[in-house]
Design a protein around this ligand. Sequence first.
Ligand SMILES: [Zn+2]
Length: 331
Amino acid sequence: MEVVFNQGVYLPELDLWLDSRRKQESGLISHAHSDHTARHRSPVVTPGTRLLLTGYLTSRSSPITLEYHEPLETERYTLTLHPAGHCLGSAQALVQSKTTGERLLYTGDFKVRPSPVNEPLEPVPCDVLVMEATYGKPEYVFPDEAQVLGTAFRTLASWLSRGEKPVVLGWRLGKAQEVLHHLLAQGFEVAVEDSVCRIAERYQEAGVQFPGSFLPWDGQWKEGQVLIAPPGAKTSQMLGKARGLRFMELTGWAISGRRPWGRRGDADLPFSDHADFNELVDYVRQVNPKQVYTVNGFPELAAHLRGLSYPAVHLDGKGRAEEVGTQLRLV
Ligand SMILES: [Zn+2]
């Protein structure tokens, strides 16, 4: 099956767009991160993604909401969505051609490690695999997540014991809610930046339960409190020059010290909502495709897969030579 990558994945034989960055009549939005979305007229989304995109999709948009495993039949193909483990509502798409019977799996962004706030990833056998390669370089192998979290908890506790003001930086959608759940489960008192709070409330609407309460940050530091906020200039502005601030950044990029944004934290820990290199390779083994296309990230993954005898090609759209594969900055 022909696969084109041009600001999104396009399947010409089926006339189907997957995560187009440009507005289309229809097409899949695999999840609500801004590097996978556009204001399509009639996008296919999961109920979770639809909830998160409320206010983003205009009133002229009429989304088709598909539960996981619920088939969408068209003249040319059957489409089903399967959990991707990446954030609320995140989905892989299995597309089966009605002409050839060929099954193409598009992963979108996915996370293999279990998360207390995400539906677990479901491996889906296929003939053609189109997968993300965000961390598709052998240097990106993340340590055991429980160990990383243990280090995070100890570091935060020691900052608090010295009267310092801990700020945990993580993407507003997905990472922040996952971290929120972990910190509450450990008994930390947590305040959350406004946008993180609004998204956490959508998680609750979708049925996710957090093991404790959280409030939007009101600008006042309370003793013993940890703040969760997105990385970036807005957070720096919001915090001003408060004394004793300590930043912890949770990101897969911490493995290499490579960071496409802003300042580094006082503690940088490798915690990601994506698969690491070994998990990407394992996933290919599990779903056992005859052909692999990698998108969004490093070409080294496809080269490695060819070494393992999988026909694999990295698809690189125009103008992406400098691409480092970070979410929210793609294309
Ligand atoms: Zn994403």
